[in-house]
Design a protein around this ligand. Structure first.
Ligand code: SF4
Length: 472
C-alpha cells in the first residue's frame, strides 16, 4: 500500500535540549547547536522556495488546472442536483423578499449572510466541470471536497473516489497514471502535489484564491527569513497545507497562545515548556532563541477575523516594544489575507438573534464536522435561544416530531416534541459556508410539514432568479 504521511504541522519538530547539565553525554557545543539550527532554518526556507517554484511549474505540465470555465452543462447539473445557490426554490424566494417567508403561522427569517461562500461554490463547480471534461477517466478527491455530507454524496454518485486519511496517512495506492485528482478548496500540501505530479495524474486544483494568498504571505515571510506565526488549528488540512509552503513556522490556535508567545519574546521563559506546548505545531529544528526575532502573521481562513487581527496587532506591538519603532519593518511582516466569510456569517447570526425580532427557535444547517457551522450554533446557545444544529433534513422525523441535532460542544442529541403545532412560531435559519441552499430548503420543508400536516411543499418559481454571488 502506498501511503503518504501527512507532513509538517502534524509531525513533532526535532526536540532541542535547552537545559544546562542535561544530555551531557552527547551534548554538542553551543556553536554546533547554533550551526545545526541555522542549517535547519536555511533548509526550511529553501524548501519553501522550492515549494513555490514547484507549484508554479505545475502550470507548464499540461496536466494542471486551477480555473473555472463556466461550462453550461455542469452548471445545469449542479442546479438539478441542488448543489449551489437556489434559483427557484424557497431560499431564492426568500432572497427576493427580504430574507423572510411566512407559511400559515410559521414565519421564517433567514440570516443576511449564510451558506456557500464564494470559494466553496467555485470548488464544487470545478469538480463538476472536471467530471464533464474527463468523462472516461477515474476521478479522485483528496479527502472531502468540502465539509458537507450531501455534496460529498453527489461526488460519490458521479463516481469520484475519496482518498481517505487515516492516522495521519493518506492511501494513494488507488491513484493511477492518467487519473484525475481534485484538490479541495482548503488546499493540499506540497508533498501531496509532488506525489500526484510524479504519478502523472491530471490535477484539478480548486484551492480557494484566498487560501493561495495566505501561501503567498508565508512564502514572502520565508524569503525574508521571518518565522510565520500561523493562526489556525495545526491538524486542520488547510493549515497543514499552509505550513508546507512556509519556511520556519509556529502555529497558534488562539489569542491566549499568542499572548504566551508574545510574553516569551519579551521576557523569555522556560524553553522546554515552550517546545512541549507547541510540539506538534512548529517547523523542524525550531529554535526559540533565534526564530522569534523576526515574525510574520498568517492565518487559517476559517478562523475568526477579529481574533486574527488581534493576534496581528499583539505581535506588531510586541516587536515594536522589543526592537523599537524604527526597526519594526525588519522584525514584523503582515499582509491582509483574511477572508471575511466566517465573520460575515457570524455577524449576521448576531443580528438575526438580537433585538425585538428575535426568534423562538433557531435552525443551524451544516455538516457536523464543519467548524464554522459550530461557531454559528455557539452564538445562539450563548444567547439562550433554543437552537438545533442539523446536518441535513434527515435529522428531522416529521411523523414523530423528533430532531437529531448537535451542540456546539459536540454532543449528539435527540429531542422529541421540539415543535408545537397550533402555536405561532418564529424560526430563524442559517447555514455554514459549505452548505448548499437546497439543504436549508429541505430542512424547512420538514418544519412546515410538522407544523401543518396538510403542507404540500413550496411551488418553485417559474423562471430562475439571478444570483448575486457573495464576495466571500
Ligand atoms: S471561507 Fe473564504 S477562504 Fe475559505 S473557501 Fe470560503 S471564500 Fe475561500
Amino acid at each position: 500500500m502506498l501511503t503518504l504521511t501527512v507532513p509538517s504541522a502534524r509531525r513533532p519538530a526535532r526536540r532541542v535540549c535547552g537545559t544546562k547539565g542535561r544530555c551531557a553525554a552527547q551534548a554538542p557545543s553551543a556553536e554546533e547547536v547554533r550551526e545545526a539550527l541555522n542549517a535547519a532554518s536555511g533548509s526550511n526556507r529553501e524548501a519553501a522556495r522550492d515549494a513555490r517554484q514547484f507549484r508554479r511549474s505545475l502550470n507548464k505540465t499540461g496536466r494542471y488546472t486551477r480555473r473555472v470555465v463556466d461550462d453550461a452543462e455542469s452548471l445545469e447539473k449542479m442546479e438539478s442536483d441542488g448543489v449551489g445557490y437556489s434559483r427557484k426554490g424557497l431560499v431564492a424566494q426568500m432572497r427576493q423578499n427580504g430574507n423572510k417567508f411566512t407559511y400559515g403561522d410559521v414565519t421564517v427569517s433567514l440570516a443576511q449572510a449564510y451558506g456557500f461562500c464564494w470559494g466553496v461554490e467555485r470548488a464544487v463547480q470545478m469538480a463538476y466541470e472536471a467530471r464533464a471534461r474527463f468523462p472516461e477517466s477515474q476521478l479522485h478527491i483528496t479527502n472531502e471536497i468540502i465539509h458537507n455530507p450531501g455534496v460529498n454524496q453527489r461526488m460519490h454518485d458521479m463516481n469520484v473516489k475519496f482518498i481517505e486519511a487515516k492516522d495521519d496517512t493518506k492511501d494513494f495506492s488507488g491513484v493511477e497514471n492518467g487519473d484525475v485528482v481534485i484538490l479541495p478548496a482548503f488546499g493540499a500540501s506540497v508533498e501531496e502535489m509532488r506525489l500526484l505530479n510524479d504519478r502523472g495524474v491530471q490535477i484539478i486544483d480548486t484551492t480557494c484564491p484566498w487560501v493561495s494568498k495566505v501561501w503567498t504571505a508565508v512564502d514572502r515571510q520565508a524569503d525574508k527569513a521571518h518565522t510565520s506565526i500561523i493562526h489556525g488549528k495545526y491538524s486542520h488540512e488547510e493549515t497543514v497545507a499552509t505550513a508546507s509552503f512556509a519556511g520556519d513556522y509556529l502555529i497558534i490556535k488562539d489569542l491566549e497562545e499568542a499572548k504566551y508567545v508574545a510574553d516569551f519574546i519579551l521576557n523569555g521563559g522556560d524553553k522546554e515548556e515552550f517546545m512541549s506546548k507547541f510540539t506538534n505545531a512548529m517547523s523542524e529544528g525550531f529554535d526559540v532563541d533565534t526564530m522569534l526575532e523576526r515574525v510574520g502573521i498568517a492565518n487559517q481562513t476559517t478562523m475568526l477575523k477579529g481574533e486574527t487581527e488581534a493576534i496581528g496587532k499583539l505581535f506588531e506591538k510586541t516587536m515594536m516594544q522589543k526592537y523599537g519603532p524604527e526597526a519594526l519593518k525588519e522584525h514584523f511582516m503582515v499582509m491582509d489575507t483574511i477572508c471575511d466569510a466566517t465573520q460575515e456569517r457570524q455577524d449576521a447570526m448576531y443580528e438575526l438573534t438580537g433585538g425585538e425580532d428575535a426568534v423562538d427557535v433557531m435552525l443551524v444547517v451544516g455538516g457536523f464536522n464543519s467548524s464554522n457551522t459550530s461557531h454559528l450554533q455557539e452564538i445562539a446557545e450563548h444567547k439562550g435561544i433554543p437552537s438545533f444544529w442539523v446536518c441535513a433534513a434527515d435529522c428531522i422525523d416529521v411523523a414523530a416530531n423528533k430532531i437529531q441535532h448537535k451542540t456546539s460542544w459536540g454532543e449528539l442529541k435527540e429531542t422529541e416534541g421540539w415543535l408545537t403545532p397550533g402555536q405561532p412560531l418564529r424560526v430563524g435559519v442559517t447555514s455554514g459556508a459549505s452548505t448548499p441552499d437546497s439543504d436549508v430548503e429541505t430542512v424547512l420543508d420538514r418544519v412546515f410539514a410538522i407544523m401543518h400536516p396538510d403542507y404540500e411543499g413550496i411551488k418553485p418559481l417559474d423562471k430562475p432568479v439571478d444570483v448575486v454571488a457573495p464576495t466571500h
